[in-house]
Design a protein around this ligand. Structure first.
Ligand SMILES: Cc1cc2nc3c(=O)[nH]c(=O)nc-3n(C[C@H](O)[C@H](O)[C@H](O)COP(=O)(O)OP(=O)(O)OC[C@H]3O[C@@H](n4cnc5c(N)ncnc54)[C@H](O)[C@@H]3O)c2cc1C
Ligand SMILES: NC(=O)c1ccc[n+]([C@@H]2O[C@H](COP(=O)([O-])OP(=O)(O)OC[C@H]3O[C@@H](n4cnc5c(N)ncnc54)[C@H](OP(=O)(O)O)[C@@H]3O)[C@@H](O)[C@H]2O)c1
Length: 528
């Protein structure tokens, strides 16, 4: 239904200049939550998790437009949070998970429902339903005449791309040797609601945050004994907002001295007599500045009360009534020597994580670059093209929060790069920045950009925005956001992004006499 449109609505011309006539159907009613400008830049956002939704809001806040593409159906709004257990909750304090200024938390560690509620609030307030397409997996993106297209021409042209596909895709369920002989129940850690563990011995395979969640679920639901079978080393941090913030406010250290001190203090005051559970000193992967720590204060209490145990080792195979496990001592690497034991249990929970979504929908120029993710400009912009931002989906490990204010900062960097050619970094510059970080962080165990803390990210945001005179006019807006900074710099407020190619089209208007929509005979030309 293309009726009801007339030149009365400024949005009309904007729609025509960017999309197809079909797009008009989604803009039936006039009320707009933000002022509309003809030909304003439009960004394609891939993924409707907290990153995609928050980025969309930040882009709209800046006065520009966007469209979200989500592989799942409407019940995937909120991404991974929409798919996990009812009992799942945030690991970090909620004040670190303020992915948009409008987000308000009522609890310190909000649960899934509260998180999804905040996402839905943004979704409704920013009218994102009108700017989204569901059941649309992005397989391909390409550039023509300086404009981006997503999958095909049918969604119109975009000025920038945001990959917000997250790091947790489909559940990862590695087949275990002997699985067919096991007589108990096997389930994934994201399906806990379906399990009855009362009075049973529960075995949890995996040693990440999901393993902790599975352990707590089993204990809280009356399991007799719960045993976690963890393959690799991970640090536990107490759930303590100031301590968590202090750690996120460090940047690691070149010689490992700071890590040594922090690890020593954690062993002394937090692990105490359970210090055997802590990763060894100088641990290559899983040290405090090389692996993502788990924030939890309860596991040690439960171990002390004898309700559960946490074992280090390798699963050999599943037997009829349990798991054959090579139990290793601290410091012995996975696959190394240990003691073979059989842990018996009636339920096995696979807390083996999720498959990581791939970024292979990005163009060939990005895929063939020698600068591979996460070694991109500010960890998010592929060095080949600053009109692409991959937010929260390139990192491997870190200390901080995925739902932090950095999502807005990235979105505003992107806006600046899109509308201000002087601010847009060249490939040469972006690659030199990556080289610089690589040089500075060469001795760091986590790798140059694979492991970052919140502080480190913000240091580079500030540094890159301050070190280039072309960015100074953007500085306040990028770092503080539109509300605090009075929006984008004046010259970019109303000015549409100009392109060499004007857009020519025959508009559709509503003919009041006939009560029908009619295609105008005279074409209109809009310069972009
Ligand atoms: C139980 C649980 C607790 C957590 N707790 C914390 C915590 O305390 N602190 C923290 O910082 N993080 C936590 N996390 C990590 C969590 O992943 C992030 O906080 C955050 O939710 C990630 O959001 P996202 O939008 O980046 O990715 P996702 O939520 O994974 O969303 C990505 C979306 O992109 C879509 N998508 C993927 N590929 C495509 C494609 N090709 N085309 C179109 N759409 C696509 C997916 O369908 C999905 O909806 C937790 C995760 C879990 C599972
Ligand atoms: N409440 C919370 O805060 C919460 C809860 C759940 C998830 N999360 C988040 O969600 C993300 C995913 O966490 P996750 O714990 O699900 O996944 P994860 O961090 O990837 O951990 C998966 C674990 O499974 C192990 N594993 C994988 N395959 C295995 C195999 N074949 N045999 C034995 N062990 C195997 C891994 O060992 P290796 O390391 O040796 O590969 C790892 O210990 C993280 O960002 C996490 O912070 C948070």
């Amino acid at each position: 239904m293309v009726a009801m449109y007339s030149f009365k609505y400024p949005l009309f011309t904007r729609q025509l200049s960017f999309g197809t006539l079909l797009d008009l159907t989604e803009k039936q009613e006039a009320p707009q939550p933000y002022p509309s400008r003809p030909c304003r830049p439009r960004v394609a956002i891939i993924g409707a998790g907290i990153t995609g939704v928050a980025t969309a809001c930040h882009i709209i806040d800046a006065g520009y437009d966007c469209h979200i593409f989500e592989a799942g159906s409407e019940d995937h709004i909120g991404g991974v949070w929409s798919q996990v257990n009812e009992t799942s909750s945030l690991q970090v304090p909620s004040s670190f998970y303020k992915f948009h200024p409008a987000v308000e938390w009522s609890s310190l560690y909000p649960n899934r429902q509260e998180i999804l509620g905040q996402v839905k609030k943004l979704w409704d307030n920013y009218d994102l339903a009108k700017r989204s397409t569901f059941n649309c997996r992005v397989e391909n993106t390409y550039k023509e005449d300086g404009k981006w297209y997503v999958n095909s021409h049918s969604f119109g042209a975009f000025d920038g791309l945001v990959a917000a596909v997250g790091t947790c895709g489909e559940m990862y369920n590695p087949g275990m040797l002997g699985q067919q002989h096991y007589k108990g129940k096997i389930l994934h850690s994201s399906q806990l609601a379906k399990s009855d563990v009362r009075g049973k011995n529960v075995l949890v395979i995996g040693g990440g945050a999901s393993a902790v969640e599975a352990l707590e679920f089993a204990v809280d639901n009356g399991a007799l004994q719960t045993t976690v079978l963890a393959r690799s080393e991970k640090w536990f941090l107490p759930r303590h907002a100031t301590l968590n913030a202090a750690l996120a406010a460090t940047v690691g250290d070149r010689w490992g001295i700071l890590a040594w001190i922090i690890e020593f203090l954690l062993r002394l005051f937090f692990y105490k007599e359970l210090s055997e559970m802590a990763p060894p000193v100088n641990c290559e992967k899983g040290g405090i500045y090389s692996g993502t720590p788990i924030c939890n204060s309860r596991v040690f209490d439960l171990i002390r009360k004898g309700r559960c145990q946490w074992l280090r080792g390798d699963v050999q195979c599943l037997t009829e009534d349990g798991v054959s496990f090579n139990r290793r001592k601290r410091g012995v690497l996975p696959g190394g020597e240990g003691e073979l034991v059989v842990e018996k249990g009636q339920v096995v929970i696979m807390a083996t994580g999720f498959k990581r979504p791939q970024l292979n929908f990005l163009p060939q120029s990005v895929k063939s670059s020698k600068y591979k993710s996460p070694n991109w400009y500010l960890q998010a912009f592929p060095t080949e093209d600053a009109s692409i931002a991959a937010i929260n989906c390139t990192w491997l490990d870190g200390i901080g929060s995925i739902g932090g204010g950095h999502i807005g900062v990235y979105a505003r960097f992107l806006v600046a790069f899109l509308v201000d050619r002087q601010a847009r970094p060249t490939t040469w510059m972006m690659q030199r920045w990556v080289d610089l970080v690589e040089m500075l962080k060469r001795p760091y165990k986590g790798g140059p950009l694979a492991f970052v803390t919140t502080m480190e990210l913000y240091f580079w945001f500030l540094f890159m925005a301050a070190a280039q005179p072309s960015m100074w006019k953007w500085f306040k807006f990028i770092i503080m956001g539109p509300e605090e900074s009075n929006g984008v710099p004046e010259q970019f407020k109303e000015a549409p992004l100009k392109s060499s190619k004007p857009v020519k089209f025959n508009p559709v208007y509503y003919d009041e006499k006939s009560g029908r929509s009619v295609i105008a005979e005279t074409p209109v030309v809009l310069s972009r």
